[in-house]
Design a protein around this ligand. Structure first.
Ligand SMILES: Cc1cc2nc3c(=O)[nH]c(=O)nc-3n(C[C@H](O)[C@H](O)[C@H](O)COP(=O)(O)O)c2cc1C
Length: 467
């Protein structure tokens, strides 16, 4: 299958990029908090630079194999696949960036399990549009097939647009989505625990608000007992859900200050659920650009941002903020002077973050302060925190981030499929290892071992205990 490739664009003056983090005072090796690393297979978003001649296929198995094997060579904790259950639309047409397609995660991970040995395998699967018996079975199957490497990123979906692809239609409001998600995860865990410790099936019954199940589960307890549960949602409900039930939280809070605030907030919620700070690992999604020198990395990062935010993408990002057609605007000219349309249907399948008026004001403030064009503003406003610099600068900054309790590790989102992790693994991982901040070998076979999570105890019935 061929990709939508964005044409190369003429280049106006490069916008300012975030500067690489200044080198920190070095701590002696062995005094750093250990960090966790995961690899995100770049999805259908503008992170991926399709115009790069090194870009491969988004859906060919070779691409998954290359990225997963690179992550395993780098001793990463897990390989992560996102999910989208409907192609997004922009102004009533399929969003270009979704045209590359995205295969179903568990199918891919079952195949990747066969070509890797230790790497954790994390599938994003929605709890609003699935059923616990079926999904628990698929996840337990992956855990068995991979000898204990399965993880489930529980997402709830936040738009009615996605719901239209499903029988129930529409969607559930946020509180109800999280009530369903909590019952879903609890039911899956009951199913995973339902066989007796000696390996015989036991009758199973769950009657709750959302699910009613009676029978037996089809599989004995899997190697991890419970596959690792990841959560990715940012509301108060999402954070409580993670604090009460998840093993890992995937976040977008990637700057040091925002990371520390999020970290303190989420870890502070754990004792309320009888859990300790170590029971939940916080892993922001970040991008990394490595160069021979800091200056070269900075140049590369600027180039990558310009390829990610082409003139068309800049207009598209501005249309998402302003909620209206801006096709008459010059991407190299100023931002719209008018206020955004609040109840807009320009974007379908992507949640509008916060109040569009406040967001538009933020964009205008950025443009004024730095004298930026519309495209340059989009480049600045849509960029995620990145670690940019020489391998030494990146290793130092990442380790400092974890030492400062802004995260327990990172989910790396490369801009190239499938070679986007090669440099990081070859150049940064050895430096993290030298600092004693990252493992030099896998210490156990399961993903729980990599993450330092305990294996859940088998649930005993009074009959088991008596036996
Ligand atoms: C970092 C991050 C990654 C996410 N990835 C996905 C995804 O791959 N697929 C999906 O359907 N939803 C994804 N979501 C959406 C969330 O699961 C959730 O539905 C959404 O954030 C709304 O919940 P909230 O109001 O608690 O934030 C992601 C959210 C975050 C914060």
């Amino acid at each position: 299958m061929s990709h939508q490739r964005l044409p190369q664009q003429p280049r106006p003056a490069p916008p300012q990029q975030p500067r690489p983090a200044p080198p920190r005072r070095s701590q002696p090796p062995g005094t750093h908090r250990p960090l966790h690393l995961a690899a995100h297979f770049p999805g259908v978003n503008s992170t991926t630079v399709w115009s790069d001649p090194r870009s491969g296929s988004q859906i060919a198995f070779d691409s998954f194999v290359h990225l997963a094997r690179t992550a395993e060579r780098g001793l990463f904790d897990f390989f992560f696949l996102a999910e989208g259950l409907r192609l997004r639309e922009h102004k009533g047409r399929i969003h270009d960036l979704d045209v590359v397609g995205r295969p179903e995660s568990l199918a891919v991970l079952n195949a990747v399990a066969a070509v890797t040995e230790r790497l954790g395998l994390a599938a994003t699967v929605n709890s609003t549009f699935n059923e616990p018996y079926e999904l628990a079975r698929r996840l337990a199957s992956l855990d068995h097939l991979s000898d204990g490497r399965a993880a489930w990123n529980v997402v709830t979906s936040s738009d009615a647009f996605t719901g239209e692809n499903f029988r129930r239609g529409g969607y559930l409001d946020r509180a109800e989505r999280y009530t369903r998600a909590a019952e879903f995860v609890a039911t899956a865990r009951e199913l995973w625990d339902s066989w007796s410790p000696d390996g015989t099936p036991r009758p199973f019954a769950h009657h709750g608000r959302h699910f009613s199940i009676e029978g037996e589960f089809t599989l004995p307890r899997s190697p991890q007992g419970h596959p690792v549960v990841i959560q990715a949602g940012d509301s108060a409900e999402g954070r409580d859900f993670a604090a009460s039930t998840a093993d890992v939280i995937f976040t977008r809070h990637g700057t040091l200050a925002a990371g520390q605030e999020f970290y303190a907030d989420v870890k502070g919620r754990l004792p309320g659920y009888g859990r300790t700070a170590d029971d939940l690992k916080i892993m922001p999604g970040v991008t990394v650009v490595v160069g021979d020198t800091d200056a070269e990395a900075q140049e590369k990062a600027t180039e990558i941002r310009r390829l990610q935010v082409s003139p068309q993408n800049a207009l598209l990002a501005a249309e998402q903020v302003w909620g209206t057609d801006l096709s008459g605007f010059d991407p190299d000219g100023p931002l719209p002077a008018f206020d955004p349309v609040v109840d807009s249907d320009v974007v379908q399948g992507r949640v509008r973050q916060g109040d569009p008026r406040a967001l538009a004001e933020k964009w205008r403030g950025l443009a004024r302060a730095k004298n930026l064009s519309l495209r340059e503003t989009a480049i600045e406003a849509t960029g995620r925190q990145s670690f940019i610099g020489s391998a030494a600068t990146v290793a130092e900054a990442m380790s400092h981030f974890v030492d400062s309790r802004a995260a327990d590790g990172f989910i790396l989102v490369p801009h190239l499929t499938p070679g986007g992790l090669d440099e990081f693994v070859d150049q940064v991982v050895p430096l993290l290892q030298e600092r004693g901040a990252f493992r030099t070998a896998y210490t156990g076979p399961t993903l729980r071992d990599h993450l330092g999570l305990s294996h859940p105890a088998t649930r005993q019935t009074p009959k088991d205990a008596a036996a």
